[in-house]
Structure formats: structure tokens, C-alpha cells
Ligand binder design. Structure first.
Ligand code: ADP
Ligand code: MG
Length: 446
């Protein structure tokens, strides 16, 4: 087994930084290239959550970087200390018999980006943050249930994931289930269809910590509400911790049974408000630091001044500026920031954008014919670009959902809505997609 020269690691990171900036995180510096075994390079990873991120988004870019640095095609393997010392691997997939940590749904993997460390506390989210910390320290005892609500992109999912990650760290043996409300409902319906309610119930009622994101999706879903009511009661009576997020306070979620809303309110209900300017500046800096992007103060202030509702747009802005700086080979400064995001934010250029521009740009970008993009084909190679197009049309034009559906091959407004939600969700965990969208926006808004 060959020991690895430390300069290799440095060169690999530099290569990644230049060619795949959007996946780079500051903690990549802690990765250790430990050995090379039969043409496979092994990297030691500090935290299991980082391992997941690397396996999900980084195998290809690392392989490519290794090849470019060493001139050889090498396999890549990421491993944690546990795996190195051949302890039983802590499995994070459901059904595992080892010390089970978190049961995660494919779509809802925890992101190492969403930790308490990277969560900026301000007057607008102080209570929610403090309560979340308390819940992670003393699950089942501090506030139960903990219900956090607020508008889109204000940090609810971030807080929920931080609770999961901190709880895992404090109590590696706790059984945790983190899911979106929609996934819960899908599993429920599958169980009903297959007549396997017993294992469904057993599964959901067997956790020490149940975290359900976007519980407002239960609105108007009678049988799911009923099932969730029982799940809730079983866990609650057993002293297990329940954490819920929603876009509205319990009593304002439409079509939600009273017996549920009253239970949701019986622990602690905390609101996250839109962040003030100072909080936003701090969030911009935190996001940049996470990606090791060096943002001058005036640039951070500029971004914070212009993005004031949905924090998610801050990340898009940083990605865009970062991409442009690399493409142009220049440092990030205020002038180039204004050029790259000034338009997007308040103005005209997006008012002039037509759906035809978006159709043309998206089909060109993905190498598809327009007819394919508008066709009924549902293969991922076509449906993803189509969803991206709908997402961009909604974000950058004034057309209604129905109108957008019309342009995209006569689809109805629920399809468009689904596409937007889906892309919005995927952008968080899928850095490649995030980067693609940033590039598309760059060329659309130029
Ligand atoms: P929500 O679930 O409320 O729609 P998210 O949790 O997905 O919002 O947050 C959207 C983006 O904003 C994420 O990248 C998240 O990290 C970031 N964000 C929101 N609030 C904060 C905060 N206080 N500190 C750091 N990042 C934040
Ligand atoms: Mg969310």
C-alpha cells in the first residue's frame, strides 16, 4: 500500500477549486489522502455527514481532479475513521441492524452545510434557534413538540437538519427519523396499498426523534392527518421528541384538524421572521466562508442589501459571482458583483425575458431539440431540463403557472408548480444542478 505525498492533496484541492467551485467546502482542507491501494486512492473523512456529501456529489469531480494531477486514472474512496479501524460501519440507511443513526429518505439526506455552526442567529430567529439547540441537547425534555414556522427560504429546513446532526453527535445511539411531510404521506399510501400498515406503524412509531419538514402539506389530507395524529400521540406519550416545520403557525394551516393543531401548539411554537439587514450580511459571509469564497465587505453588504426575502437566493448569487470570477480569472470585487447580479435583482432585464428565450437557452444548454423539451417524454434526460425551464420561467418572467405550462407543451399549472418545488428542493443537495442553473441564469440575464 503506497503512502501518499501530501502535495498531491494540495494539488487536487486546487484543481477542484478551479474547476468545480460549487462543490468545494472549507472542510475539504481536513480531508487526508491516506493511501493508495490497488489503484484506489482513499481519503479519510472526519464526519459521517461529510462522507455522505462526498459520496453524493463529489466522486466524479475528485476522480477527474486526481487524474489531472497524477496523470493516472485512479479510483476514489472516501472513508471515515470508523471504517478505517474496521469498526462496524454506522449505517445511515433504513433497515440497518448496526447502531442505527438516522433513517433518511433518498431525497432528504442531511447536508453538512446545514449545521448549527453555519446558522446565523439574529433578532429574527433567536427564539427558534435557542429552542432548536435546547431540543438537540435534551430531546424529549426541553420543548415537545417543537414547531417552527416561517416563510420560504428563511432557514426552517436548516434548523431541522441542525437538530438532527447535533443530536447524532450527542447521542449516537438515538433512533432518528428525518423526513418531509410528503414522503411521510407517500410511505403511508404505499403501506395502505400494499396492506402493510403494521410495519409502517412500527417503523414510524419506533423513533426517539421524529423530524417532519413542511407539515403544512398535511393540509386537506384527511386520512394522512388521521395517521399522523396516531403517530404523533404514540411518540409523544412515549416521551419521544417531535420536531415540525411549517409555512404557517398551527392554527393558520388551512384544512387541518383541530385535534392536530392543538397538539402542534402544546410544546413550543417559534416563528422565524424575515432577516434584517445585519443578519443578512452575516448570512452572506457565513455562506461564503462555507465555500471558502473570499468576499470583500462591500460585496457582502451589496448582496445583503439586494436580497431581502428569500435567503436561498443568496446562495445562488454567491455561486454566480464565484463562477464569473473563475471564468474571467479575476478577483471578486464590487464592480463585477454588480455586473453579475445587479440586473437579476431589481430590474428590467428580467422583465424583458421571454419564455421563448428560456426555451432556447435551456434546450441549447442541455443539447436537446425544442420538440423534445416540449414533448410528453418523461425520461430524466428530458424531464429535468424541462423542469429547470419552468423553474426559470417562473423566477424570471411575470407569466402565471398556467401560462408557463402552456408554453411548455400544454401542461397544467400543478405540473409547473410541482416542477418548481422539485427544482427548489433539489438545488439544495445537488450542487451540479445548482451550478447549471447559475450558468443558465448568467446567460439568460446577460
Ligand atoms: P426553508 O426551509 O425555511 O424554506 P431553508 O432552511 O431551506 O429555508 O433555507 C434556505 C437557505 O437559506 C439555506 O441555504 C439556509 O442555509 C439559508 N439560511 C436561512 N437562514 C439562515 C441563517 N439564519 N443562517 C445561515 N443560513 C441561513
Ligand atoms: Mg424547507
Amino acid at each position: 500500500m503506497a503512502v501518499v505525498d501530501s502535495t498531491v492533496m494540495r494539488s487536487v484541492l486546487e484543481h477542484l477549486w478551479e474547476n468545480n467551485p460549487s462543490i468545494c467546502r472549507h472542510w475539504f482542507n481536513d480531508l487526508e489522502a491516506i493511501d493508495m491501494d490497488g489503484g484506489t486512492m482513499r481519503f479519510l473523512v472526519q464526519e459521517p455527514i461529510q462522507l455522505r456529501f462526498l459520496q453524493r456529489s463529489c466522486i466524479e469531480p475528485f476522480t477527474e481532479a486526481m487524474q489531472s494531477v497524477t496523470g493516472r486514472l485512479l479510483g476514489i474512496e472516501f472513508i471515515t475513521k470508523d471504517q478505517l479501524t474496521k469498526e462496524p460501519v454506522k449505517e445511515v440507511i433504513s433497515g440497518s441492524t448496526s447502531r442505527s443513526m438516522v433513517d433518511l429518505d433518498g431525497e432528504m439526506l442531511l447536508s453538512p452545510d446545514f449545521s448549527f455552526d453555519s446558522f446565523v442567529v439574529g433578532p429574527d430567529n433567536r427564539l427558534a434557534h435557542a429552542a432548536a439547540l435546547a431540543v438537540a441537547q435534551q430531546p424529549g425534555r426541553a420543548y415537545n413538540p417543537f414547531f417552527v414556522h416561517g416563510g420560504v427560504g428563511l432557514g426552517k429546513t436548516h434548523l431541522l437538519q441542525a437538530i438532527c446532526q447535533q443530536t447524532i453527535r450527542n447521542n449516537p445511539d438515538m433512533k432518528i427519523y428525518y423526513t418531509s411531510c410528503n414522503t411521510f404521506m407517500n410511505h403511508f399510501h404505499d403501506a395502505v396499498q400494499s396492506g402493510d400498515m403494521h410495519s409502517f406503524r412500527y417503523r414510524f412509531r419506533n423513533y426517539d426523534l421524529l423530524v417532519v419538514d413542511d407539515i403544512h402539506d398535511l393540509s386537506n389530507r384527511g386520512t394522512s392527518q388521521e395517521e399522523f395524529f396516531h403517530t404523533f400521540n404514540t411518540l409523544y406519550q412515549g416521551g419521544r421528541q417531535i420536531v415540525l416545520s411549517s409555512d404557517a403557525p398551527p392554527n393558520e394551516v388551512p384544512d387541518m384538524e383541530e385535534r392536530l393543531t392543538s397538539r402542534f401548539s402544546c410544546g413550543l411554537v417559534a416563528n422565524i421572521e424575515r432577516p434584517c439587514y445585519e443578519t443578512r450580511v452575516a448570512i452572506v459571509k457565513s455562506k461564503a466562508a462555507l465555500r471558502s469564497v473570499n468576499l470583500p465587505d462591500d460585496v457582502a453588504s451589496y448582496i445583503a442589501a439586494r436580497i431581502d426575502t428569500n435567503i436561498r437566493e443568496i446562495e445562488g448569487a454567491i455561486t454566480k459571482i464565484q463562477t464569473l470570477a473563475i471564468l474571467d480569472g479575476c478577483e471578486i470585487d464590487l464592480a463585477m458583483t454588480k455586473r453579475s447580479i445587479g440586473d437579476q435583482l431589481h430590474t428590467n432585464s428580467s422583465a424583458k425575458l421571454t419564455i421563448q428565450d428560456i426555451l432556447d437557452t435551456v434546450s441549447g444548454f442541455y443539447g436537446l431539440k425544442l420538440t423534445e423539451l416540449l414533448s410528453k417524454r418523461r425520461h430524466k434526460s428530458v424531464s429535468l431540463p424541462r423542469q429547470v425551464g419552468m423553474y426559470l420561467a417562473r423566477k424570471h418572467t411575470r407569466f402565471s403557472l398556467g401560462e408557463i405550462g402552456g408554453y411548455f407543451g400544454g401542461r397544467d399549472h400543478t405540473t409547473v408548480m410541482h416542477a418548481i418545488k422539485s427544482i427548489d428542493g433539489k438545488r439544495i443537495g445537488d450542487d451540479r444542478l445548482d451550478q447549471d442553473i447559475a450558468e443558465l441564469e448568467l446567460s439568460l440575464l446577460e
